[in-house]
Design a protein around this ligand. Structure first.
Ligand code: PEP
Length: 251
């Protein structure tokens, strides 16, 4: 049985005060939730402050990215050890905004996934097709390539550390959500792919989140799909009431 996992991606939003306030409000609102794994991913510079606000709560801390090298001359980058040092459990890797706006490649994403797992971080590997790729019937091909490349070289004992987030790019931050049928179709395809790459047992244990304009109003419908194990939430994770309502719906 896969425990639902809901994570909030705050992107490049909040300031120190807002980040601490959001974390404090969520910790208070969600203190009784035991049946859902919860994480928030603030901007790097507020991780430490948010870690303090989440102290001894049931909400884990995640980063929005990580670099694969352990240390050295990599100006602007943040290592796995640094993230662990400030209390991170998770790291988002390969978010579509990093793939398409910053230019991250599958090869780089694979290095980040491997480094995160080796250091004990739990990576959330984001995959998903652009609108034109969906319209050209390329969703399966695109997502398959991203997953095979992202997980290249990882054996089954390591891959169990990964959460996959299926995030159709056309649904991220647009207010357009994939229908439950569209989400389930791709999630089931991803699980089948993981079974081919590893085995049924591994595929049955890996959690697959949906992301793309998830909000309180569509949470129940998305989470009712057999292969949707959680949500990666952007905009709606910036409001205590909305994010808490989604988690309570799932719980
Ligand atoms: C995201 O940032 O991963 C995301 C899904 O954003 P939104 O919920 O705002 O579409």
């Amino acid at each position: 049985m896969r425990k639902p996992f809901i994570a909030g991606n705050w992107k490049m939003n909040t300031d120190r005060r807002g980040a601490v306030g959001l974390a404090t409000g969520l910790a208070q609102e969600l203190r009784d939730i035991e049946t859902v794994d919860i994480a928030v991913c603030p901007p790097f510079v507020y991780l430490d402050a948010v870690a303090g606000a989440l102290n001894s709560s049931n909400i884990a801390l995640g980063a929005q990215d990580v670099y694969f090298e352990p240390n050295g001359a990599f100006t602007g980058e943040i290592s796995c050890a640094m993230l662990k040092d400030v209390g991170c459990t998770y790291a988002i890797v390969g978010h579509s905004e990093r793939r398409h706006k910053i230019g991250e490649t599958d090869e780089l994403i694979n290095k980040k996934i491997s480094a995160a797992i080796s250091s004990g971080l739990l990576p959330i590997l984001c995959v998903g097709e652009l609108l034109e790729q969906r319209q050209a019937d390329k969703t399966e091909a695109v997502v398959t390539t991203q997953i095979k490349a992202g997980l290249a070289g990882l054996h089954s004992d390591k891959v169990l550390a990964v959460t996959v987030a299926y995030e159709p790019v056309w649904a991220i931050g647009t207010g357009v959500t994939a229908t439950a049928e569209q989400a389930q179709e791709v999630h089931a395809m991803i699980r089948g792919l993981l079974a081919d790459m590893y085995d049924q047992s591994v595929a049955g244990q890996i959690r697959i989140q949906y992301g793309g304009s998830a909000k309180p109003a569509n949470t129940a419908e998305l989470m009712a799909c057999g292969d949707v194990d959680g949500l990666l939430v952007g905009g709606a994770s910036l409001k205590v009431d909305d994010f808490a309502a989604m988690i309570k719906t799932v719980a």
